[in-house]
Ligand binder design. Structure first.
Ligand SMILES: Cc1cc2nc3c(=O)[nH]c(=O)nc-3n(C[C@H](O)[C@H](O)[C@H](O)COP(=O)(O)OP(=O)(O)OC[C@H]3O[C@@H](n4cnc5c(N)ncnc54)[C@H](O)[C@@H]3O)c2cc1C
Length: 371
């Protein structure tokens, strides 16, 4: 955001609760609080629902939280996922998922959650970016200043001036996401399955979402991207060369001309210390490695804990304690698995072990889940 954007001069607007960011964490919190009769304003910088970089895999407690909010996933077109496949080169190990799981595009899900908050009575300021936060006030582009008795920070990976996370020096990973139309036989082979495909220096998730599309979402070291020519086309050609399974899946596929990208995701980050002035939710609180497909569950679970705490009159430190307790064990295991998956021979060992003992792979997947 540039400093030159003009701000409207208008008197403070006072609201009980200001929620910064209308993604899963912010929208779910707003919905719960507005249903309990609180005056809530959500500030969301996007004018309308957009695609997000995400594997779009939802499971376990994340689905419970959505059901509690009354989100009808089947009506939105979500597809059941019952199996996971671990892939490397041409080798595949499969296991049944030990928890219920669904896939749904973020554009559809995020829109449904914000609509849920609006119907509950929250006011949604769309198309307004927050420029800074401080002393209980939120400075909103093209709007002015909002005063809040309670502030909920749910801007995901994007930091806001006055409330930045100390995320250190995250690994230089680049994320890509594209929706594809696979050839009919390949789409059929992927039905009901999430595929986790391991590469040198990265991995991809592949699964069907609503509307007959497949979501290909991958993370790769910047060094690998540079070696492959620094472009998506170069990287994809190199990944197809490395992985016969992906080559088969992609044969005859049509995708977006340009995938979405993201850089420097701070995997393993947990916000330490208690904010006295605000509730941090979702990726602002903890960023779990994305192969677990657990980020949205953390977002929705943190929304539930924060809303409970606010309604009981608790302060952010009580919430902070509860969310830390919930996320620390799965984050620790996910971090170890993530490191193992970055080593070539350990990747091979994980795949071999998963082939012999599919229950072990399913068990590890369950242990990386929150809630
Ligand atoms: C490659 C990759 C794959 C992933 N795959 C999965 C998966 O399969 N399953 C899963 O559960 N999780 C996955 N995740 C993680 C998941 O996407 C996040 O954990 C989740 O989106 C966090 O939700 P949130 O509400 O905290 O933030 P977000 O979803 O990022 O929402 C933040 C909202 O705040 C708004 N915003 C930001 N800045 C401002 C501002 N200044 N002013 C106003 N509004 C603002 C944004 O527009 C957005 O709507 C993946 C992540 C990556 C990087």
């Amino acid at each position: 955001m540039g400093d030159t954007v003009p701000l409207l001069r208008r008197p403070f607007e006072v609201s009980d609760i200001v929620v910064a960011g209308g993604g899963p964490a912010g929208a779910a919190t707003a919905c719960l609080l507005a249903r309990a009769g609180r005056r809530v304003v959500v500030v969301e910088r996007e004018v309308e629902p957009v695609h997000r970089i995400c594997g779009e895999f939802l499971a376990g407690a994340g689905l419970d939280r959505l059901a509690e909010l009354g989100i009808d996933m089947a009506r939105l077109g979500a597809r059941p996922i019952t199996q996971m496949r671990l892939v490397r080169g041409d080798r595949v190990a499969a296991a049944s998922l030990p928890f219920p799981a669904l896939s749904l595009s973020r554009r559809t899900l995020d829109a449904a959650l914000l609509e849920c908050a609006e119907q509950a009575g929250a006011k949604i300021l769309r198309g307004h970016a927050i420029r800074s936060i401080g002393n209980g006030a939120v400075l909103v582009e093209k709007h002015g200043e909002l005063q809040a008795s309670t502030l909920v920070l749910a801007t995901g990976k994007h930091d806001v001036r006055g409330a930045r996370r100390a995320a250190g020096n995250p690994p230089d990973l680049i994320g890509f996401k594209t929706h594809l139309r696979l050839a009919p036989r390949q789409a059929e082979a992927l039905e009901g399955v999430v595929e986790l495909i391991m590469f040198r220096d990265g991995y991809a998730g592949l699964q069907m979402v609503e509307g007959g599309h497949a979501n290909l979402c991958l993370l790769i070291d910047r060094g690998r991207l540079v070696r492959d020519g620094g472009t998506w086309d170069g990287l994809l050609a190199s990944l197809l060369d490395e992985c016969a399974h992906l080559r088969r899946r992609m044969a005859g596929a049509e995708g977006w001309p340009k995938p979405l990208t993201i850089a420097r995701v701070p995997y393993g980050y947990i916000h330490s210390g208690a904010d006295r002035s605000m509730f941090r939710l979702g990726d602002q609180m903890a960023v779990i490695p994305s192969f677990t497909g657990g980020g949205m569950t953390i977002a929705l679970h943190s929304a539930k804990l924060a809303a409970q705490c606010i309604l009981e009159g608790g302060d952010p430190s009580a919430y902070s304690l509860a969310i830390h307790r919930a996320v620390r064990p799965p984050m620790r295991l996910a971090g170890l698995l993530y490191l193992a998956g970055r080593t070539d021979w350990l990747q091979a060992a994980i795949l071999r072990m998963s082939g012999w003992w599919p229950g072990g792979m399913a068990g590890l997947a369950a242990l990386t889940r929150v809630g």
